[in-house]
Design a protein around this ligand. Sequence first.
Ligand code: GTP
Ligand code: MG
Length: 135
Amino acid sequence: SERTLILVKPDGVRKGVVGEVVARIERKGLKLVALELRTLTTAVAEEHYAEHSARPFFGELVEFITSAPLVALVAEGPHAIKAFRGLAGATNPVEAGPGTIRGDFALEIGENIVHGSDSPESAAREIKIFFPELG
Ligand code: GTP
Ligand code: MG
């Protein structure tokens, strides 16, 4: 079994699709381990997205992710990381297939509803940032 860190980003909360995203996670068979609504500080956002710090869109990304509350959650199950990235669809919503979260609810790469860890190393790092108590 595996854990992954999932964010329903501020656009997802604003659009009112938190329940829909959580329903899809649960329907897939993943188990919720932690879930919290919170507004990120700039420091936490920069730590979470550290791998993108040199990208031209980094400032915009941090600005957006700290702009309003998001839902952070940890889901667990066999192949949880890959399973959720499958539910999420391609990073760019116009390339994400219908039936995926981004394919169904988003149009722009900068506002693509969800984040999901992309490897076991990323998941461990990100879970520690958001839910240090999970060890
Ligand atoms: P995450 O699960 O959010 O990490 O998405 P990802 O793994 O599918 O994509 P990646 O880690 O490469 O990029 C992280 C986030 O940066 C994306 O989800 C986008 O929201 C944002 N992003 C990526 N490329 C661009 C871009 O060209 N412009 C803007 N504004 N945002 C971008
Ligand atoms: Mg990523």
